[in-house]
Design a protein around this ligand. Structure first.
Ligand code: DC
Length: 230
């Protein structure tokens, strides 16, 4: 029997370093990287395009069901919605804010979780989000919950935005981050929480390399255990 390659689930709040770290681990292991937040953002982007207010949950669900979301990894990490490259468009502050209430709509989650499970079915994937270790792949071989203080997370976001030429203030970003964390953690459907068997890593005061090394070591330990005992 050929063992399925492992699934590495990385969850945590915005700005904890998930994307940078998940991408690096995927490169190191030659695994597929899946940014599930980008998928919720894609639905938020489309609902703005189509002028659907957030109160119209059924319409937004229908939209999530009908739109075709595709990642293209041949030329960097790009995301397409119905053939349109929306990689940049989903990173605006407007889409960022709307993605949180959109992700609280159960119909949207149902559809996106279905696609995420298809993407990860063959294993050999690093998937990052809020509910990967709890809902999408509760049996993932490796589960990590990344955290960092709101101040540190907001500082990282400020830098990221200024690199894109988007002006913001640290105070505003801290406030927005707290609001988004609160909403993502308190929603009824699949709230942001650490899976009981996830390893928590605080990224305050650590380098990216240190975190990547710690997760790689965890992978070696866990996947060896899986293969040795399986
Ligand atoms: O990681 P991000 O900031 O790109 O995520 C955008 C929004 O989507 C965020 O408010 C939380 C939500 N999200 C979610 O509910 N479940 C996921 N698996 C990924 C993101």
């Amino acid at each position: 029997m050929t063992a399925r390659r492992p699934i590495i689930a990385i969850d945590g709040p915005a700005g904890a370093g998930k994307s940078t770290i998940a991408k690096r681990i995927a490169e190191r292991l030659n695994y597929i990287y899946v940014d599930t937040g980008a998928m919720y953002r894609a639905v938020a982007w489309k609902s703005l395009q189509d002028n659907i207010p957030i109160s119209e949950e059924e319409k937004i669900t229908a939209l999530a069901e009908s739109m075709k979301i595709r990642f293209d990894r041949t030329n960097g990490q790009k995301i397409f919605a119905d053939g349109t490259d929306i990689t940049e468009a989903i990173r605006t502050p407007e889409v960022t804010q709307l993605s949180s209430p959109v992700s609280a709509i159960s119909g949207v989650r149902r559809r996106l979780v279905e696609i995420q499970r298809e993407m990860g079915a063959g294993g050999g994937v690093v998937m990052e989000g809020r509910d990967i270790g709890t809902v999408v792949f509760p049996d993932a071989e490796v589960k990590v919950f990344l955290t960092a203080s709101p101040e540190e997370r907001a500082r990282r976001r400020l830098l990221e935005l200024s690199e894109k030429g988007i002006q913001s203030s640290l105070e505003d970003l801290i406030a927005q981050m707290r609001e988004r964390d609160q909403r993502d953690s308190s929603r009824e459907d699949s709230p942001l929480r650490k899976a009981d068997d996830a390893v928590a890593i605080d990224t305050d005061g650590t380098t990216i390399d240190q975190v990547v090394d710690a997760i790689s070591a965890l992978c070696r330990k866990r996947t060896c255990e899986c293969h040795c005992t399986g």
